[in-house]
Design a protein around this ligand. Structure first.
Ligand code: SF4
Length: 199
C-alpha cells in the first residue's frame, strides 16, 4: 500500500482509441515511465509529458475524480506507465468509490488483480512483456513495420497508425490499412480524439 501516488493530470473526456472508443471516461494519468519511445527505437516519438506530477493519496485522487465528473463510472488509468505505481490498495479504493477501471499499459510490468478492462500496448520486445493477458492488445505501427507476432493473449487485436502530432501521414495510414486487410484477425484503431479535437 502506497501513501501517495504521483499523478500527472486527470480529466474527463471520451476514449478515443480501441474497442471502447467513443465512451465517456475519466482519465487518470500517472507520472513516470520506464520506456523512452522514439522514432529510431519504436517507429514513433512519444508525445506524452509524464515527468511532472503531484503527490496525491488514494482519497485525494477519488475526491478530485468525483469533482471532475460526478456521474462518470469509468476511470482509465494511464500514463506514462501506470503499472509502475498502481497497487491493489488504490484499485480497492477506486472500486469502493464505485468506479470501473480500465488501464492502458506498455505491458512491461505484471498488473495487480481487479481491473475491468486491460489494454496492453507493447513498447518492449515480446520476451520482455510481463502482462500477457488483456482485453485488447494494440501496437503502434509506422510505415514499413510488419504485423506483430504478439505474446499477449487478447480478444481484440489492434493496429494503431503512428501519428505525428494530430495527424497521420497518409502513407502510414495506407500501410496500416493494408496490414489489417492482409491479417483480418487485426483491426485498425486510430487516435480518434485527435480528429474530434478533444483530449
Ligand atoms: S511507453 Fe508510452 S508513455 Fe512511455 S515513452 Fe513509450 S509512448 Fe511514452
Amino acid at each position: 500500500m502506497a501513501d501517495s501516488y504521483v499523478i500527472n493530470e486527470w480529466f474527463f473526456s471520451l476514449q478515443g482509441e480501441g474497442v471502447r472508443a467513443g465512451t465517456p471516461n475519466l482519465f487518470l494519468r500517472f507520472s513516470g515511465c520506464n520506456q523512452t519511445c522514439s522514432l529510431e527505437s519504436h517507429g514513433f516519438d512519444c508525445d506524452t509529458e509524464f515527468v511532472s506530477g503531484r503527490k496525491l493519496t488514494a482519497d485525494e485522487i477519488i475526491a478530485e475524480l468525483k469533482q471532475c465528473a460526478p456521474e462518470c463510472e469509468w476511470v482509465i488509468l494511464t500514463g506514462g506507465e501506470p503499472a509502475l505505481q498502481l497497487d491493489e490498495y488504490l484499485i480497492l479504493k477506486l472500486k469502493e468509490a464505485g468506479y470501473r477501471l480500465a488501464i492502458e499499459t506498455n505491458g512491461s510490468v505484471e498488473l495487480p488483480e481487479g481491473l475491468d478492462w486491460i489494454t496492453v500496448s507493447p513498447k518492449v520486445a515480446e520476451h520482455a512483456i510481463r502482462q500477457r493477458t488483456a482485453d485488447e492488445v494494440k501496437y503502434v505501427r509506422g510505415y514499413g513495420q510488419a504485423i506483430p507476432k504478439t505474446v499477449v493473449q487478447a480478444e481484440h487485436k489492434l493496429i494503431s497508425p503512428a501519428a505525428s502530432g494530430d495527424s497521420i501521414d497518409p502513407k502510414t495510414l495506407q500501410w496500416c490499412i493494408g496490414l489489417v486487410q492482409n491479417n483480418p484477425e487485426w483491426r485498425l484503431s486510430c487516435q480518434q480524439h485527435k480528429f474530434w479535437s478533444i483530449r
